[in-house]
Design a protein around this ligand. Structure first.
Ligand SMILES: N[C@@H](CCC(=O)N[C@@H](CS)C(=O)NCC(=O)O)C(=O)O
Length: 209
């Protein structure tokens, strides 16, 4: 299989941390988003959505969603379970991954993509052109802070997002907080549980690398 990716970007980072935690190796091709390589040939013939990461299996199957790739790789490499070891924990991990993506990542993207000159007429990822809506920037910042507090409340008295071990839910929450730094937001001082958890997760070799 081949992984098309751009390591500095948040969705590729979710996958990179997962792969590092598993200790697996996947052939990787860098698609330079800064140079616009994702919006032209040959990449568009590999992934017509023009997003990264993309995983192409040996039989040609294309995967474009990180959560699908994580699910696939977890089945292939079950050691170091990162998607839970029973039905309930797996459901909770997937639920938190979804919330981090839907509420966390999208709030940061709302700020970034509606304010930065780099995203003029590209306010949403993918091949369709969408105009920026500057009024969404303030709302996005409010949503980021709302989600910091959701995570802080959830993490009170817990070592990790779900259960006693590091999972995909921690990866998603970590990448959200990290991504929020792109729009110069940081965890507020009144989120002590989130701050302590973030500090701890930042020390993991998979995250540091
Ligand atoms: N739904 C996709 C999202 C992928 C995505 O939005 N990737 C961003 C980088 S983090 C991208 O490719 N952006 C390209 C663009 O902005 O045009 C997933 O789960 O991986």
């Amino acid at each position: 299989m081949k992984l098309y990716t751009f390591p500095p970007a948040p969705n590729p980072k979710r996958l990179d941390i997962f792969i590092a935690e598993k200790g697996i190796e996947i052939e990787t091709i860098t698609v330079d988003l800064m140079a616009g390589e994702h919006r032209k040939a040959p990449y568009l013939s590999i992934n017509p959505w023009g997003t990264v990461p993309a995983l192409v299996l040996d039989d040609g199957t294309l995967m474009t969603e990180v959560i699908g790739m994580l699910y696939y790789l977890e089945e292939l490499y079950p050691e170091v379970p990162l998607l839970g070891s029973d039905t309930v924990s797996r459901a909770q991990i997937l639920s938190w991954d979804h919330r981090c993506f839907f509420e966390g990542f999208s709030s940061v993207a709302e700020v970034l993509r509606n304010s930065s000159e780099a995203f003029v007429d590209r306010a949403l990822p993918g091949p369709i052109s969408y105009a920026q809506i500057p009024d969404l920037v303030e709302r996005g910042r409010k949503r980021i802070h709302g989600f910091y507090h959701v995570l802080d409340k959830h993490l009170e008295g817990k070592p990790f997002m779900v259960g006693d071990t590091f999972t995909v839910a921690d990866i998603a929450a970590y990448v959200f907080v990290n991504f929020s730094g792109w729009v110069k937001e940081t965890i507020p001082d009144d989120c002590q549980y989130l701050l302590a958890w973030y500090q701890k997760v930042s020390e993991r070799p998979s995250v540091k690398s």
